[in-house]
Design a protein around this ligand. Structure first.
Ligand code: FAD
Length: 475
């Protein structure tokens, strides 16, 4: 249970409304924490009963950790996270190390966050507990079967009807809410492209450390992220859990036909086959997992034009709005940033008729940033998985040159000021979603409100419940 005191938000909404959040993944729970922090009433409906189902390792970049710290959750994060010192690049087929990069202190200071390793289920639990401490009602084991956005209500599998002022669709890429928004576009969604699958599993430290060749994967000083390049796939490994109890192991491979949903078991044989051409060290690791791995498709979807339903009362967030490739670095971050931005915007609500505008503002703000990050994620997976070719040779040789000269792998070459790939990474790490939302409000939000005749010069107003009748639910 969360012990930290959630820090009060700098601005509390003048009008408190009821958000009905469909889905309690990272996006839904982040929206819940952030919206409750600014004074709104939130109900989350989640069909799962176990928040740790399908939990594997997550890389938590500074753009995500800074928001958790900003909300006052740093103490709790420290109990469950491993603070990473940097990254080691290598070649998966031979086990050759191509060099290391230590996270740059100046960059981390600028980013105001840290690079952490956490378990997906632990992040979810942390957000769940924080939301509960803020008075959010979370109904686990509650499946939504249909939604009427115009009437702002959701029907549950048990026949119950639940209402809210705004419905937040955080039910993932295959959820009810994305389908509703797609239906209104009256075009068939293009099937996603599937070039890779990713196997993920967690291996207990005490098992890994029994093998002297594998034991150095747990390194108390550096706590590194291992990234091994391969042809048509790549391998990522990092320690997770309090005291680094486990090693998260992810293997990207071509589409081998073994993909299932998150939370479903895949065959250990599939993982072994994906590791067949890899170094003996990796092959040994693949065999150590005591539980069956998961294998999830890495899907690339065409951009969804509308995230707001025509009713002006239903908004898509997280993977429902912008599905991220499985196992990528910023999937959880994009979901959490969504919650942070949504709450920033709804901290400015004074009248109910602002709701659609604020939902469209969310879309305006988030779409370009998510698009940039999504493209970067796909480029990164391709870069790590380059087939044997001139480009791959150039990539590896330039890293070898730096390694042999004792230089950091992210150091610029003699002809550049900064490595372009590193500049891109830094941009996303240093991005502050909450600052961006504040800036948007100052630049555009206030203008729009003044144009609508809203008296935005008024000072702080105590939250009042929106029309009692509408907010009342069957809960
Ligand atoms: C079970 C599971 C395990 C995962 N494990 C990892 C992991 O270990 N590492 C990693 O990097 N990423 C993992 N992911 C993916 C990652 O969480 C997402 O890509 C990212 O965080 C975006 O999250 P989201 O909340 O937008 O969507 P999702 O994570 O897909 O969450 C959607 C939520 O909505 C719920 N839901 C869907 N339909 C309904 C309905 N009709 N009624 C009620 N609830 C509904 C689902 O149960 C789910 O909890 C996992 C996803 C899932 C669903």
């Amino acid at each position: 249970m969360t012990t930290s005191r959630i820090l009060p938000a700098p601005k509390i909404a003048a009008l408190s409304i009821h958000f009905l959040v469909i889905g309690g993944g990272i996006a839904g729970l982040s929206c819940a924490v952030a919206l409750a922090r600014v004074g709104h009433t939130v109900t989350v409906l989640e069909r799962q009963t176990d928040l740790h189902e399908g939990s594997c390792g997550s890389r938590v970049a500074p753009n995500l950790s800074k928001i958790l710290y900003h909300w006052g959750l740093e103490k709790d994060v420290r109990k469950i996270a491993v603070k990473s010192g940097g990254i080691e690049l290598g070649i998966s087929s031979t086990g050759e190390s191509l060099g290391v990069h230590h996270w740059d202190d100046e960059m981390l200071r600028e980013a105001r966050g840290e690079f952490l390793f956490m378990n997906y289920g632990d992040i979810r639990q942390l957000l769940h507990d924080a939301a509960i401490s803020l008075g959010v009602k979370i109904r686990l084991g509650t499946e939504v079967t249909s939604i009427d956005p115009d009437k702002r209500r959701a029907k549950l599998a048990n026949g119950e009807v639940v209402m809210g002022d705004v419905i937040v669709g955080a039910d993932g890429v295959n959820g009810v809410t994305r389908r509703l928004v797609l239906e209104q576009e009256a075009v068939e969604e293009e099937p996603p492209t599937q070039r890779y699958n990713v196997y993920t599993t967690r291996i207990p430290r005490n098992i890994v450390e029994q093998d002297p060749e594998l034991a150095p994967l747990f390194d108390e000083e550096f706590k590194r992220l291992f990234v091994s390049y391969g042809s048509g796939g790549c391998v990522i490994a990092f320690p997770v859990g309090p005291d680094m109890q486990e090693l998260a192991f992810e293997v990207y491979t071509g589409n081998d036909g073994n993909a299932r949903e998150w939370g479903e078991e895949a065959s250990a044989k599939g993982l072994a086959a994906a590791c067949a051409g890899l170094s003996p060290r990796m092959q040994k690791l693949a065999k150590l997992s005591p539980q069956a791995p998961q294998c999830v498709a890495v899907l690339e979807y065409a951009e969804l034009e509308d995230w707001v339903h025509d009713s002006g009362r239903l908004l898509l967030v997280g993977d429902a709005a912008h599905p991220m490739p499985a196992g990528c670095i910023h999937d959880d971050a994009m979901a959490l940033e969504d919650g942070a931005v949504l709450a920033k915007l709804f901290s400015h609500i004074r009248t109910e008729d602002q709701i659609p505008n604020l939902l469209y503002a969310f879309q305006d703000l988030r779409q370009p940033h998510v698009k940039t990050v999504l493209a970067q994620e796909i480029r990164d997976i391709d870069f790590m998985s380059l087939p044997d070719c001139e480009m791959q040779q150039g990539r590896d040789d330039s890293l070898r040159t730096k390694r042999d000269a004792g230089i950091d792998v992210m150091a610029p070459s003699s002809t550049e000021e900064e490595m372009p790939q590193w500049a891109e990474v830094k941009f996303v790490f240093c991005y502050d979603a909450e600052d961006d939302a504040d800036n948007w409000w100052m630049e555009w939000g206030l203008l729009r409100e003044r144009a609508r005749g809203t008296d935005v010069a008024l000072g702080f107003v105590e939250p009042v419940a929106i029309r009692q009748g509408v907010s009342k639910t069957t809960l």
